[in-house]
Structures are given as C-alpha cells and as structure tokens.
Design a binder for this molecule. Structure first.
Ligand SMILES: [Zn+2]
Length: 168
C-alpha cells in the first residue's frame, strides 16, 4: 500500500470525512476543524480498507475461484452442485470460509488465497459440501473425505490458525 496521503480540509464540509485513491495517492477530504487525532485514525482505517480491496483484486485476478470450484464440482460432486457465487473476502473475521446454504454463495478468506493450493481446494470442497449438508454431520464429513488430502489439510489449517475456526 502506498502511504502517500493528501488531506484537503474544507469549510464547506460539515461532518464527514471521505477518502479515495487517485493513482496511488490517498486523497482525504475533511471538515476544516476536524481533530487531527481522529482524522489520523480514520486515515489508518482508509489505508486498511484500500489495502484489503487491492489484495482482493489481486487474488481474484491470479486465482479464478469460480473456475476452481467448477473443476471441483465436476471431480467431487458429479457436477450436481448449483453454486451461485464464490469469492474472496478480506474482512477480518475468524473463519476460513463460509457458505450460505440458502443463497448458495461461498466466501473464502483471503488468508486461504495465500496458502498452498491443496489446502485451498480442501476449504472450497468443505464449503461446497455445505451446499448439500449445512451442518458438520457424519454425512457431511463423508462427502468431504472424498478429497484425499482432507485430513492433512485440516491439520495444516489447525496449525496455521492458532485459534481461527475452520468455518461455517
Ligand atoms: Zn463447515
């Protein structure tokens, strides 16, 4: 993330602070008398937000999740799964992935995007299996174990997570 920041203070601006990226420069607009300390905190938040956005864009570009999910659907689910969408999320939550059973939308943590592909595959298969079994029932694990590296991947994630949950 580029750290160049330009702050534009304006008397016309009453309360809100806004930020946008222009060619790698973070342009911040703030009210004239907005306290600097509070503004610094907001700017830190902007930087984080834009860094996450950039990371997500990079991951989406280099790893086509939908393509991978389609291949896994064919290989492990007989092409029977109807997946609405699958995408990376960079929000700081404690899950590696989550699947909305009702909407068939899967979200994968950006942290998984930086792990080995065989681990990534496991997380995607795990979430895809939730399209059939919403909970972690025995039937669910039977499906997941079609992937031969499932156990190894769970071990990997456990070691990597240090308290992070495997996901919903
Ligand atoms: Zn799960």
């Amino acid at each position: 993330m580029n750290d160049k920041v330009e702050i534009i203070r304006s008397a016309r601006r009453r309360r809100t602070v806004s930020g946008r990226l222009v060619n790698g420069l973070l342009l911040v607009s703030a009210p004239l008398k907005f306290p600097q300390e509070r503004l610094d905190k907001i700017i830190t938040g902007f930087k984080l937000k834009f860094a996450r956005k950039k990371l997500k864009a990079e991951l989406d570009k280099e790893q086509n999740l939908l393509e991978l999910a389609s291949a896994l659907n064919a290989q492990y689910f007989g092409n029977k799964l109807k997946l609405e969408s699958i995408e990376y999320v960079t929000a700081q939550n404690s899950k590696f992935g989550c699947c909305n059973y009702r909407t068939a939308k899967i979200r994968i943590s950006h942290k998984i995007g930086m792990m080995p592909k065989w681990v990534r595959k496991y997380v995607i298969i795990h979430e895809m299996a939730h399209l059939i079994q919403p909970n972690h029932s025995r039937a669910f694990w039977d499906i997941v174990s079609r992937y031969k590296l499932a156990e190894r991947a769970r071990g990997y994630l456990m070691a990597a997570s240090m308290g992070m949950k495997e996901g919903g």
